[in-house]
Design a protein around this ligand. Structure first.
Ligand SMILES: [Zn+2]
Length: 235
């Protein structure tokens, strides 16, 4: 892997890669697959486990091997120690919440500490097929759920990661989003993708939530925003 290239903000980095090989299957034209936070810390046994998180790995590996997308992007939660989203930073209990810069902030267990094993891209997948990696949550003061924009920062703004421009420059019109967690980073990524003008799809079976209790609310939010909920068979 090459060193991350900072293309847009101080809070995120995009690393470009050369695709491993030419596509062999039928490619979904003008499309990108966005793989959100498939990292050991979000798997069962990890610091911030999603329900059944590991269940997405076999089908996701197949999808990557099929090379169905013009571009593949991955995000990687990548926090410095003492990050603002950690309950420990505020001497609170994980999953409590507080108000941060005037907005609700859930406090998480310490997770995805930069350069830790739990923050790695999941070792079971072949990441050579990924064109760009966005490391997010790198600013100690700002949480970052979405692949496109950070959460609200101290100045009341949501800094861009640069991904929307990166995709637009490459002619991408449709995005297909998968990964973890369905009810947090996948949902925020989908909302921002739609707001940025992409035809947006969530590959539901390739996502898992922190808790299934949120599934109904997640579905209704996606439907309200006109975001398609699809499975890989429909590609
Ligand atoms: Zn995080």
């Amino acid at each position: 892997m090459s060193e991350p290239i900072n293309i847009a903000t101080e809070a995120s980095t995009v690393t470009e890669h050369t695709p491993a090989e030419a596509p062999t299957g039928q490619v979904v034209r003008n499309s990108a697959l966005i793989i959100v936070d498939v990292q050991p810390d979000f798997m069962p046994g990890g610091a911030l486990a999603c329900a059944e998180g590991g269940a997405i790995l076999p089908e996701l590996a197949q999808l990557l091997a099929a090379d169905r997308f013009a571009h593949v992007v991955a995000t990687q939660d990548w926090h410095p120690p003492g990050h603002i989203s950690f309950a420990s930073t505020h001497h609170k209990v994980p999953f409590e919440a507080l108000e941060l810069y005037g907005h609700h902030q859930t406090l998480w267990p310490d997770h995805c500490i930069q350069n830790s094993e739990g923050a790695a891209l999941h070792p079971s997948l072949d990441w050579r097929r990924v064109d760009a990696i966005i490391r997010k949550g790198t600013d100690a003061r700002i949480d970052s759920y979405s692949a496109f924009r950070n959460n609200i920062g101290p100045d009341g703004q949501r800094p861009s990661t640069g991904l929307a421009g990166w995709l637009h420059e490459r002619g991408v019109e449709s995005v297909y989003i998968c990964g973890l967690a369905r009810d947090v980073c996948v949902l925020w990524t989908a909302e921002d993708a739609a707001a940025a003008g992409f035809r947006t799809h969530v590959l539901w079976s390739l996502t898992r939530p922190v808790t299934f209790d949120t599934d109904e609310a997640t579905r209704s939010t996606l439907e309200r925003l006109g975001i398609a909920i699809v499975d890989t068979a429909s590609l």
